[in-house]
Design a protein around this ligand. Sequence first.
Ligand code: SF4
Length: 342
Amino acid sequence: MTVANAEIAGELVAPLTAGPGWAEEVRRLARERDAVVLAHNYQRPEIQDVADHTGDSLALSRIAAASDASTIVFCGVHFMAETAKILAPEKTVLIPDALAGCSLADSITADELRAWKAEFTASGHPAPVVVSYVNTTAAVKAETDVCCTSSNAVEVVDSIPADREVLFLPDQFLGAHVQRITGRANLHIWAGECHVHAGINGATLTAKAQADPDADLFVHPECGCATSALYLAGAGAVPAEQVHILSTGGMLDAAKNTTKASVLVATEVGMLHQLRRANPEVDFRPVNDRAACGYMKMITPGALTRALVEGRDEVHVDPDTAARARGAVQRMIEIGRPGGGE
Ligand code: SF4
């Protein structure tokens, strides 16, 4: 093998960086295993570059379902690989490191969601409609009526009759964004958050925006600063037309069309690689250059090689859970533009 993997006591150790010939080796191994390699936008640049497809979580899962390959290697975090398995149950789905979790998905369990629903109806309310962001486990999706992404969360909530109570989870910032746009008083929001996005706060955004008043602002609605960005626009501190609240897929489209010399980006820093590739003329800068997701970065070049060589770690979703979760994802797709989520 040309890749610089070391063997210690028979265990293949995953190096952090790609050695010479690594990309060619990955392509060869993928062909041998009849595998398609998918990489989320927050992956390390070398993983994004070697993948067959790079994108956001839902778009990648739909590619997985449509692919002819018998094996999907999902370079992302665990709930994303689960979503691919839900949409492509007949395929083998591998994640290069099964410990790559997500603090947002972990902020609510299926038991907590069942207890929330029970508490809600016990207090005299009619049964609520449960809307879950796609950053949730398969078990939580199975307890959900309809999923949403950051691109279509407003559309999904708007599709629910106005007199129905809605439980929205798990992200409080995305929930606040939806509530602001829909003006809906009967939207109940779970207080979950992603530690990476919550760390991009309003004070940092304000300082960066004031230092570069001509720059466009691309803000992911899961960010702690999404509210601040809208406030800044409302207060006239930044012209409203410069503030764009966008999913990661939306950011890529906007990157291709921006006429600005510089753009401040408020989301996980891995996204910058795709934005710079999409429009090399523009200076894309992070609002917080320490906003890196440690879980995403667990997918190292060595871990990807190991996944292809050893066929691990395989992702399993129990068929009943998968069927119920699939219903929630499909209802979202039927509502319209599914967008891409994170
Ligand atoms: S950036 Fe946040 S929401 Fe995304 S995978 Fe990491 S922990 Fe989860």
